[in-house]
Structures are given as C-alpha cells and as structure tokens.
Design a protein around this ligand. Structure first.
Ligand SMILES: *Cc1c(COP(=O)(O)O)cnc(C)c1O
Length: 471
C-alpha cells in the first residue's frame, strides 16, 4: 500500500515512512492510494474474531512494511482486557429499541482517544527501535489528547513526551490524570496562558527547523494516519455487535470536533462496511454541521470559538476534514489544494453549495449532521439517567441528542461514547445534582503527588526546558 497527499505531491510513501511524520511536504494530508474492499465472506469471517485479531486483519490491509507476525504481536499487546476493561474491548450497550451505545472509553484515560493512541505508542516504539532513533513528542492539550498520549508513551523506549497545557484550566480530574504520572520520560509543562498560547508555542518550536531536527521533535496530532486507521477497527467491531448477519445496515452517530473519529467511519464505509448513515454531531462550535447543511465551510476566528461544556469539540476548524473533501471531489488533488490552500488561506471559507458533488455528501457518502447546545446536553444527560439508568458524558450526550433526530425504523443506530462522565464532573453535577460514577481504579487520584513544571507562555523557555531534558 502506498500513501499519497491530498494536495497532489507526486511522491508516494509507505506506512512506516508516514507513521512518524505530520503533514505531507505540500501541506496536504496522507491517504492510502485506494480503499481495500471487504466482501461479505470476509465480513462473515471477521465477525467471529476477537478485537486484537480483527485489528490485525484491518491494519494488514494498510501496512505492508511491518512483518505480519510483528504486527499481530503489536495488536495483541495493545488491545487487552487488562488495559480496556472487558474482553470485547468496545462493548455495545442497548439503550432502547434500535439505539445503542458503543463503549470506546474504557482505556487508561477514559476517553476514546486511547483506542488509537495505545496502538500508536506500540508502533512508535517498534519503528524507532528498528531505526535506532529517538523521538521527542511535543504537544498542546486542553485535556483528552495529552493524557491519552502520555499514557500511551509512558515507559516506552526511545520516546519522551513534552506536553504543554494551560495552567489551572483543565478539570481537576484531567490534571490529576496527567500530573500524577511519575515516569521519567513524561514531562508536563503547565503554561501560564490559555490553550491557544500552548498551540502557538508548539507551532513556534516546530517552525524552528534547526531546533526541530537537532532535538528530533515530533507530534501525535489527530491528522496522523495511523490514529485514523486504528479507529476504523471499532466501526467494524460495533457493526458486528449490532447485527447478526452481514448485509444488515447500521448507522453511527459521532460526537465530532476535528473530524478524526467520523473520518474513520467514512473509511470503514468506503471499505464496504454496510454503514447506512454517518451522523455527525457538533456542539455550539458548529463549523461541520454548517458545512453538511449548507455546503459552506467557514473557519472560525478565536473570538468566534466558544468554550462549551463539551470542550474536546471546541474547534475553530476541523483538521481532518480535507481528507473527506478530497474523496467528495472524486480525489481531485488540484481542486483540494485550491480550496484548502488558496481559498481558505485568502478568505477563511469555501462554498461547495452549487457543486454537484455536495449533494453526494448525503446521497452517496451517507452523511447527516446536527448541533447540540448546553441545554440539550443537560436534558439528554438527565433523560438518559432517569429513564434508561445510563450516565453519559457531555460529548456523548451531543452525539445521542443528534442521533435521535436521524433514527430510521429497522436500522440500528450506534452512538459512539467518546468519554466517561467522570472527566466532566461539573456538568454532570449541574444536570443530575450528583457526582458522576467513577471507576474504582481512579478513587482519590486528585490526592496523588503531582509532577509538573509551570512555565511562562514563552517558546524560548519551553525550548530550553526541552534542551535541558534531552540528555
Ligand atoms: C477528541 C474528542 C472528540 C472529538 O473527536 P474528533 O476526532 O476530533 O472529531 C469528541 N469527544 C471527546 C471526549 C474527545 O476527546
């Protein structure tokens, strides 16, 4: 399998080459040259497989530069009941007739990002050892991504993590999760500023090419193809649990921010998984809902980006969206480059409303969308708890609210659970007047000793910290 850039760069790469990279050299995103097709007989065979074996089958369609026995071992080491809490790894729970919840949040940090990040940790360690190289991961987080990255990379050979976060602005639970890690290869940097300052610092450091090369700086952001590919697996696993035979159709509802999670659903559908609708749910930051309703993609400014009670979906633009638009335009790279490089750069928006391709987002690619607000979130959390005795987090509540608007008789709707309620306790208390349920392993983590360095919002200070800790 070879990978190409959505903006038409002539080079082709193999999986392990793009694994440790970010964007393609022309600023595009990497995609496989084609989507491998899965037929009914293969689906029937895969239905019986445990999660790690299913992951191996799917990953081997996209990775041909890791020996199969090694790849199988990496999958087996990643997707264990010990790490993810159950034998199913992503257990499906029935909420009511035709409506299901797929549990993707039982990994070490209680959010779905563990599903991909845990695999990424194994792949990075494997590939770096093979090359005899080291990598220093620099990131910015407002919560879920940073903690998932730290728990995936802790104790991994050849890898250090330098994770910036806005000082005092994450929830106490999220701070405790990250700052209680005592592994010497994990560095928490609390920046005196907001999340945007953290992102600006990461950008400034990465733009210093000398420093970047000298200290082997890399990232684990959501545009990484390996993360997306790992997420494809749970669409298959959810499908198998919601059906008894292949041929039946299932819809998925996905709480969305950067379009990573639902893009994996798009890939699964392109491979031939019988997905009826991909229902995209946003919060008040409705960049993507607006596109699927109107055909206009309009990036927001920071004054136009709201702080909401589903904060992991507070985005101003959706960094994976270019992948879908590339497919929507029949893989026309020149057109994709023109939209994302020129039009977005110049005007902050593009308009496909009059392009015949836009209608196909719905008809051919199965997309539907909706938006959920703070009031919707509270009402959904309350209703789901009181009537169905299930406690959902704020992001999952957005998915559930929008899912209900797109139910169709005879087609099971699977809502992806993207985090557990304990991560967003404030809003749960507001909705239910009680503290969220907390898995026993997390009792009292707020009281553990914390390992964190507070730094001013100054890229030079972050650079000297990194230099001093890369012996
Ligand atoms: C990251 C995240 C999302 C959004 O996922 P995308 O892949 O960025 O669309 C939704 N919910 C939670 C809890 C998250 O951590």
């Amino acid at each position: 399998m070879q990978y190409l850039s959505t903006r038409g760069h002539p080079d082709r790469r193999r999986f392990c080459e793009i694994l440790l990279e970010g964007l393609a050299p022309d600023g595009g995103l990497y995609l496989p040259e084609y989507y491998p097709q899965v037929d009914a007989a293969t689906l029937a065979r895969w239905r019986k497989l445990p999660y790690d074996a299913l992951a191996f089958e799917i990953l081997s369609l996209y990775i041909d530069d890791i020996p199969p026995a090694d790849l199988r071992a990496l999958c087996a080491r990643t997707y264990t009941a010990q790490v993810f809490g159950t034998r199913e790894i992503v257990p499906l729970k029935k909420l009511e007739d035709g409506l299901f919840l797929e549990g993707l949040s039982n990994g070490p940090t209680l959010a779905f990002k563990d599903m991909a990040m845990q695999l990424l940790g194994q792949l990075f360690e494997y590939e770096l050892a093979r090359r005899g190289e080291q990598l220093n991961i620099l990131g910015a987080t407002s919560g879920d991504t940073g903690s998932a990255a730290e728990y995936a990379m802790r104790g991994k050979k050849g890898i250090r993590v330098f994770m910036t976060s806005p000082h005092g602005r994450m929830s106490p639970f999220q701070q405790a999760q990250m700052f209680s890690l005592q592994d010497p290869n994990i560095h928490n940097l609390a920046i005196e500023g907001v999340f945007d300052d953290c992102q600006d610092i990461v950008k400034a450091v990465s733009n210093d090419l000398d420093f970047k090369r000298r200290y082997r700086i890399g990232t684990v952001n959501s545009i990484n193809w390996a993360r997306l590919m790992a997420q494809v697996v749970y669409y298959f696993a959810g499908y198998f649990q919601a059906t008894t035979e292949s041929g039946q159709r299932v819809s998925f509802a996905v709480p969305s921010g950067n379009f990573g999670n639902i893009c994996a659903g798009h890939v699964a559908r392109m491979m031939g998984l019988p997905i009826d609708k991909l229902v995209l749910a946003t919060n008040e930051n409705d960049v993507l809902d607006e596109f699927f309703r109107t055909g206009v993609y309009r990036v927001r400014g920071s004054s136009d980006t709201h702080e909401t009670s589903s904060p992991s979906m507070d985005i101003s633009k959706a960094s994976n969206f270019e992948r879908f638009v590339f497919d929507l335009l029949g893989r026309d790279a020149a057109r994709t480059r023109q939209l994302f490089d020129e039009e977005l750069g110049r005007t902050g928006r593009f308009d496909l409303s009059r392009d015949p391709a836009f209608a196909q987002a719905r008809t051919r690619y199965g997309f539907a969308s909706g938006r959920s607000t703070h009031a919707d979130r509270l009402a959904t959390i309350r209703d789901t708890w009181q009537r169905l005795h299930v406690m959902v987090d704020t992001h999952t509540a957005d998915g559930l609210k929008v899912a209900r608007q797109h139910l169709q008789p005879g087609v099971p709707m699977v809502v992806l659970e993207t985090a557990l309620p304990v991560k967003f306790a404030g809003t749960i208390v507001e909705a239910l007047g009680r503290e969220p349920q907390r898995p026993a392993a997390f009792d009292g983590i707020e009281l553990l000793p914390k390992r964190v360095t507070v730094l001013p919002a100054d890229a030079a200070k972050v650079k000297s910290y990194i230099a001093a800790h890369c012996a």
